[in-house]
Design a protein around this ligand. Structure first.
Ligand SMILES: Nc1ncnc2c1ncn2[C@@H]1O[C@H](COP(=O)(O)OP(=O)(O)OP(=O)(O)O)[C@@H](O)[C@H]1O
Ligand SMILES: [Mg+2]
Length: 170
């Protein structure tokens, strides 16, 4: 009988993460420090904290990204078996939108105002070669229909400002 406990690798593991920012005086200050958590497959983790406490900073670090003037100064970040802080810029481009994605909290911030909706919905899978443009477009329209968006066949031809932000009417 096998009595070895099942110890699956977490999908996300963060250890001793520290993200810093450069002040106007040139000093480096901590935005977040000593952040540690793991997320197992199928688990959902919510980060809760007051505005400015560092939730977005931590989420962005999972993609190996820090905002302008900030940097990941310390820590181990593993996502889907990848050591995120060791990646080169080219490896980061292959990783983002493929193994890890970020969805901004407001629809206005999520969408690029200069691109048609369909083009940006299918952009990651087309860039990563996961699907052809034609197949991705068909799948996107299926999803628009499943979400009960109005005019699912053509809504993707609109720019973000040409659709309603939340209500059903357009
Ligand atoms: N580019 C930047 N340079 C320096 N400091 C920054 C920069 N961007 C954000 N910060 C600071 O980092 C800290 C953490 O911000 P962050 O956006 O992670 O907070 P948050 O918990 O996501 O807040 P909210 O609930 O408002 O979304 C804040 O003090 C913020 O002012
Ligand atoms: Mg935030």
């Amino acid at each position: 009988m096998n009595v070895t406990p099942h110890t699956a690798m977490p999908v996300i593991s963060v250890d001793k993460l520290r993200v810093t920012a450069q002040t106007d005086k040139g000093e480096e200050i901590d935005l977040v420090s000593d952040i540690r958590f793991t997320v197992q497959k199928g688990e959902v983790l919510a980060l809760i904290g007051e505005s400015g406490s560092g939730k977005t900073t931590i989420a962005m670090a999972l993609m190996g990204y820090a905002r302008t003037g900030c940097r990941i100064a310390e820590g181990n970040i593993h996502v889907a078996g990848t050591d995120v802080t060791s990646l080169t810029p080219a490896q980061l481009r292959a990783f983002r939108g493929n193994k890890v994605s970020y969805i901004a909290q407001s629809a206005a911030a999520s969408f690029n105002p200069g691109m048609k909706i369909l083009d940006q919905v299918i952009e990651p899978v087309v860039i990563h070669g996961t699907m052809t443009r034609k197949a991705a477009k068909a799948k996107a329209i299926d999803l628009f229909r499943e979400l009960a968006l109005p005019n699912p066949d053509t809504i993707g031809d609109r720019f973000p400002h040409q659709v309603s932000g939340g209500s059903y009417s357009v």
